[in-house]
Ligand binder design. Structure first.
Ligand SMILES: Nc1ncnc2c1ncn2[C@@H]1O[C@H](COP(=O)(O)OP(=O)(O)OP(=O)(O)O)[C@@H](O)[C@H]1O
Ligand SMILES: [Mg+2]
Length: 350
């Protein structure tokens, strides 16, 4: 049985359009899944839906099986227990998620007292251990959030997420608003903690390069749907869906000067959920769209071993390679004038 099995999950906000539209995802125990996609594609909505943390009025359909138990049909008491002991979330913008008027030690201890039924002394001991696990001295338990740096506060949020020994951590942009050095530290910390404790991880980010480095598998979302999913390195290096290819091409490759001089972008804006294009929602921006893409909205289909992509070209003999040849986003390609620009930019050797 998978640790997490999401089936046909759809979320519609009150008075709005569907922000998540029929997502299927699976995560095995100890596996790390990266979830990427541009702003507004539904990543946070999906993460919040997994633990029923959406605002009231949001309608969720489908199934979220956590260790075989459907979170969407659980009684509220059970949901509250599952939120700490089954799975926990490190939120986007965690800087504002701590309570300013309580010491951080008390905030970490609260779920331990409540859900683990620990004694005050037991919760204090566990809080000290958790702080040390995330690289903070146990004595910082007495600090208030404003006495900590952004990176330290994010470490506290991670300690809180681990407080009740969950099997799954959902980290939604855990390093947003931190400087690059601290970002790297925090990512390494999460990676190390989940590996040491054999936890499942869903890591959400815009940054496909970071996800490819941290996770075993990658899922790329577009307009509320997963459009590609597979082993992280393969999706990053050789995406099969044109949107995933464009997202991947947007990141410079270390050691490849060409990618630094030819930053690739994707024209156009993500679609408004209330006015989605017909057919494949990506077709108006797709560099390799066929005429039929305006009518046909393909489901995820087999795209290799343990890989799936939602594009009509996948599986059509020869179509993908012909399309990739026409796709300026395909890796390695540069604009025609690029080689000269590159030569000029290089320092001349004596
Ligand atoms: N509370 C809400 N009420 C109504 N609509 C919402 C709410 N939260 C998000 N949305 C809408 O749902 C869609 C998906 O938003 P979501 O926050 O899940 O995107 P995201 O992929 O996490 O983006 P980002 O990368 O910017 O965090 C957007 O169109 C957004 O406007
Ligand atoms: Mg978000």
């Amino acid at each position: 049985m998978s640790l997490l099995d999401v089936r046909n999950l759809t979320v519609t906000y009150a008075g709005g359009a569907a922000a998540v539209r029929g997502v299927d995802l699976r995560l095995e125990a100890g596996q790390k899944l990266g979830l990427a996609g541009e702003s507004g594609c539904g990543k946070s909505t999906l993460a919040l839906a997994l633990l029923r943390l959406l605002p009231s009025g949001a309608r969720i359909t489908g199934e979220v099986l956590l260790d075989g138990e459907d979170v969407l049909t659980m009684k509220w008491g059970r949901v509250r227990a599952v939120r700490w002991a089954g799975a926990s979330v490190v939120f986007q913008g965690a800087m504002h998620s701590l309570n300013a008027v309580h010491r951080i030690g008390d905030q970490i201890a609260e779920p331990i007292l409540l859900h683990k039924k620990a004694t005050a002394a037991g919760a204090k001991r566990k809080t000290g251990e958790l702080l040390e696990q995330v690289g903070l001295p146990a004595a910082r338990a007495d600090a208030y959030p404003h006495e900590l740096s952004g990176g330290q506060r994010q470490r506290v949020m991670i300690a809180m997420a681990l407080a009740c020994d969950p099997q799954l951590i959902i980290a939604d942009e855990p390093t947003t608003a931190l400087d690059v050095m601290i970002q790297a530290q925090i990512l390494r910390l999460i990676e190390q903690l989940v590996s040491d404790q054999d936890l499942g991880l869903i890591m959400i980010s815009h940054d496909l390069a970071v996800l490819a480095d941290t996770c075993d598998r990658l899922a790329v979302m577009y307009a509320g749907r997963v459009v590609e999913e597979g082993p992280a390195a393969q999706v990053y290096e050789d995406a099969r869906h044109p949107y995933a290819r464009a997202l991947s091409a947007a990141f410079p490759r270390i050691g490849d000067p060409a990618s630094r001089f030819a930053p690739q972008g994707l024209a156009g804006d993500p679609p408004d959920p209330a006015a989605l294009p017909s057919g494949c929602t990506f077709h108006p921006r797709c560099p390799v769209a066929l005429e039929s893409c305006g009518e046909e909205d393909p489901a995820l289909r087999e795209a290799g071993a343990e890989r799936r992509a939602a594009c009509v070209l996948v599986g059509l003999p020869g179509a993908e390679s012909r399309a990739a040849a026409r796709d300026p986003q395909a890796r390695g390609e540069r604009p025609a004038e690029e080689p000269e620009a590159l030569e000029e930019a290089r320092p001349s050797t004596p």
